[in-house]
Design a protein around this ligand. Structure first.
Ligand code: KDG
Ligand code: MG
Length: 405
C-alpha cells in the first residue's frame, strides 16, 4: 500500500535529442518515471499531460494502475491517437515504476517473473552503398549483435531516410522549425534493395538475423514483389511495407510471399492491431510500450497476439527513451511471445540523464534487478539540455508529389 499521488510533473530535455518524461511522486516519497516522447510532436504530449492529465492524478492511489488506465482512456471522450496514448503510456509506466519500488521488486517480477534469461535485440547497420553497408554490418557484429537491421542508400538518390552519411548512427529527427524534404524513388529502391540485402546475407552467412525497414513507402503490389524477391535472403522480418492505414491490402501481400512482416510502430491501441493479428496479416507487432498506452495496454496486445502466434518486436529507436526501453524490457522478460527488441542506442548524454539498470551484453538486453523500472533521472543535468524543435524529414517523388512514410 502506498500513499496517494501528491505531485505529477513534466520534464522536457534534450540530451542529444528531445525527450519528454513524467515524474509522479507519492506522499511517502516514492517517485515513478514514464516516457512521454513522441518524435516531432513532443510539446503536444507535454501539454496533454501538464494541462489535462497531471491535475487528475493528484490524490489518486498510485497502486490502482488498471483503474487509472481505464479512467484516462475510457473516461476521456476523445479516445486513441498518438498524443493521447503516449500520455497514458507515460502515466502507466510511472505507476508500474512506483509499484515496483513499493514492492522492492523489478517490474518483470510483478508481471509474473522471467520467462527467459535475456532478450535478443537488433541494432541498425547503414551504408550509403553496399560496400559501406557491409563495413557497418561487420562493425555491429564486432559489438556482439546477432540481429541486424540493414538499410542502404539507393543509386540516384542523394539521401535515403535511415541511412547515415558518416560513420555514426543517424538521428531520426533533424533540427529546425520545419522538416527537411528529401526526394524518393520507389522504382530505384526496388531495383537496388534485393541485391544489396543478398550481398549482406552472402557476407554474414546463414545465421545472423537480418531485418529491413521499408518505412511505409510501397503499394501492396510492390510490397508483394519485394517480399518475393527477398525470400532467398531469409529475413527475420520486413518492416512497414505499406502505409499504416492500408491494413486490408496486406491480404494481397500475404497471398504472394511468406516473408515475415512486422508492422505497427505508429499504432497505439489493440484495436489497430485487431485485424492484423486475428487475420494473421502480420508476424510481429512493432508497437512501443510508451506509445501504445504503457505496460498495461501492450500486455493486452501481446496476449491477443499470443493466441494467433504473432510475436512482439517493439520499436526502440533513439526517440523511444531509456525509460521506455526499460518498460519494454521488463515486459519482454516476462512475456512468452516477445521475440526481439529494437535497440538503436543513445547519445552519451542520454545515458547520463537517464541512469538505467538495463544493460546490453553480447547481442542481448536485460532490464536489471533494481526495484521498479530501474531508472533514476538526473534532473539537474536534464535542465541543462534545452528543447529545440526537430522533425523527421518528409519525402517527395521526383515530380514533387508528397509521398508516404
Ligand atoms: O520516430 C520514428 C523514427 O525513429 C523511425 O525512424 C523509427 O522506423 C523506425 C524504426 O524502425 O526504428
Ligand atoms: Mg520502423
Amino acid at each position: 500500500m502506498t500513499d496517494r499521488i501528491v505531485a505529477a510533473e513534466v520534464l522536457i530535455t534534450r540530451p542529444g535529442r528531445n525527450y519528454v518524461a513524467i515524474k509522479v511522486t507519492t506522499a511517502d516519497g516514492l517517485v515513478g518515471w514514464g516516457d512521454a516522447t513522441l518524435n516531432g510532436r513532443e510539446l503536444a504530449v507535454a501539454s496533454y499531460l501538464r494541462d489535462h492529465v497531471c491535475p487528475l492524478l493528484l490524490g489518486r492511489d498510485p497502486a490502482r494502475i488498471e483503474d487509472t488506465w481505464q479512467y484516462l482512456y475510457r473516461g476521456c471522450y476523445w479516445r486513441r491517437g498518438a498524443v493521447t496514448m503516449a500520455g497514458i503510456g507515460a502515466v502507466d509506466l510511472a505507476l508500474w515504476d512506483i509499484k515496483g519500488k513499493a514492492a522492492g521488486m523489478p517490474v518483470y517480477q510483478l508481471l509474473g517473473g522471467a520467462v527467459r534469461d535475456r532478450i535478443l535485440c537488433y541494432t541498425h547497420a547503414t551504408g550509403i552503398d553496399t560496400p559501406a553497408l557491409l563495413d557497418a554490418v561487420d562493425e555491429v557484429r564486432a559489438r556482439g549483435f546477432r540481429a541486424i537491421r540493414a538499410q542502404t542508400g539507393v543509386p540516384g538518390l542523394d539521401k535515403v531516410y535511415g541511412v547515415s552519411s558518416g560513420g555514426a548512427a543517424y538521428e531520426p529527427a533533424g533540427p529546425g522549425l520545419a522538416p527537411v524534404e528529401e526526394i524518393w524513388d520507389t522504382d530505384a529502391y526496388l531495383r537496388h534493395i534485393p541485391g544489396a540485402l543478398a550481398a549482406v546475407r552472402a557476407h554474414v552467412g546463414p545465421e545472423p538475423a537480418l531485418l529491413h525497414d521499408a518505412h511505409h513507402r510501397l503499394t501492396p503490389n510492390q510490397a508483394a514483389r519485394l517480399g518475393k524477391a527477398l525470400e532467398p535472403v531469409d529475413l527475420f522480418w520486413l518492416e512497414d511495407v505499406t502505409p499504416a492505414e492500408n491494413q486490408d491490402m496486406l491480404r494481397l501481400v500475404r497471398r504472394h510471399t511468406t516473408v515475415p512482416l512486422a508492422i505497427g510502430e505508429v499504432f497505439t491501441t489493440i484495436w489497430e492491431f485487431q485485424q492484423l493479428i486475428t487475420e494473421q496479416l502480420i508476424d510481429f507487432v512493432r508497437a512501443a510500450v510508451s506509445h501504445a498506452g504503457g505496460i498495461t495496454h501492450l500486455r493486452r496486445i501481446a496476449a491477443l497476439a499470443e493466441v494467433w502466434q504473432v510475436r512482439l518486436g517493439p520499436h526502440g529507436p533513439s526517440d523511444v527513451s531509456p525509460i521506455a526501453l526499460a518498460g519494454s524490457l521488463h515486459l519482454g522478460l516476462a512475456t512468452p511471445n516477445f521475440a526481439i527488441q529494437e535497440y538503436m542506442g543513445y547519445h552519451d548524454a542520454a545515458h547520463e540523464v537517464f541512469w538505467h539498470s538495463w544493460r546490453y551484453a553480447d547481442g542481448h538486453l536485460h532490464p536489471g534487478d533494481a526495484p521498479g523500472l530501474g531508472i533514476e533521472v538526473d534532473e539537474a543535468l536534464a535542465a541543462r539540455f534545452e528543447y529545440a524543435p526537430a522533425y523527421l524529414p518528409v519525402a517527395r517523388c521526383r515530380d514533387g508529389t508528397l509521398t508516404d512514410w
